[in-house]
Ligand binder design. Structure first.
Ligand SMILES: C[S@@+](CC[C@H](N)C(=O)[O-])C[C@H]1O[C@@H](n2cnc3c(N)ncnc32)[C@H](O)[C@@H]1O
Length: 202
């Protein structure tokens, strides 16, 4: 999978991809709520080569960017302008090893949580939801059970009911369940079943 992630980063580097729509929506909620706090902290879980991380830095967030791939963090380090370096902390850590996350106002997980091992997901979700302060926001994605990668026992898939249960202590602000035939980054045909979610902790 390491080489696959490296080609993923390379593809996104070349395409100059915009930040995730879910992250943009979450940021617009902060603007709408005029949450003008100093030193706002966002955790970018499974940050990859940092498209979302950079968007957050530009919006004056402090960011803890976590990924299990050293290559991802090295790319972010190399590409972070000096002016943002004090706002950024990088953590090379698989989701399954996370013992605690710091208090934060935003957890962003763009297309990364499905890659958490199912045995580690509940613990990760516990730490993630605990780290969010009151009115904190989650933005990210989950894979549904009809996804064509659903036979991969290293990955986590959810039913609609399971997703709703994860968010009982949240108000869901953006919810899209999309099923469609499409392609992976490497051009392979794939059936996508993805939940796109932004939710605010009660
Ligand atoms: C599909 S990429 C998304 C990257 C980035 N969030 C984006 O939207 O461009 C998934 C990322 O999650 C990371 N990842 C996968 N499994 C992980 C795990 N168990 N622990 C931590 N990071 C993981 C990968 O290294 C990869 O960078």
């Amino acid at each position: 999978m390491n080489n696959t992630w490296n080609s993923h980063y390379h593809f996104f580097d070349k395409k100059k991809h915009p930040p995730a729509a879910t992250l943009n929506f979450a940021l617009s909620l902060f603007q709408k709520n005029e949450t003008a706090q100093q030193n706002k902290l966002a955790i970018d879980l499974g940050c990859g080569n940092g498209i979302d991380t950079f968007a957050l830095l530009q919006e004056n967030w402090h960011v803890l960017a976590i990924d299990k791939q050293n290559e991802a963090l090295l790319r972010i380090k190399e590409n972070t302008p000096e002016e943002y370096s004090k706002q950024l902390q990088l953590d090379l850590n698989p989701f399954e090893n996370i013992k605690k996350l710091p208090a934060c106002q935003l957890v962003n997980a763009t297309f990364s949580l499905p890659f958490c091992h199912p045995n580690g997901f509940d613990k990760l979700w516990y730490h993630l939801t605990n780290s969010l302060t009151e009115k904190g926001i989650f933005s990210g994605h989950f894979f549904g059970i009809n996804d064509s990668w659903n036979s991969n026992t290293e990955m986590t898939f959810h039913t609609e009911k399971q997703i709703k249960d994860l968010f009982t202590n949240f108000n869901i602000e953006y919810y899209k369940e999309i099923e469609k035939q499409g392609k992976t980054i490497s051009g392979k045909e794939k059936y996508w079943h993805v939940f796109h979610i932004v939710a605010q902790k009660k």
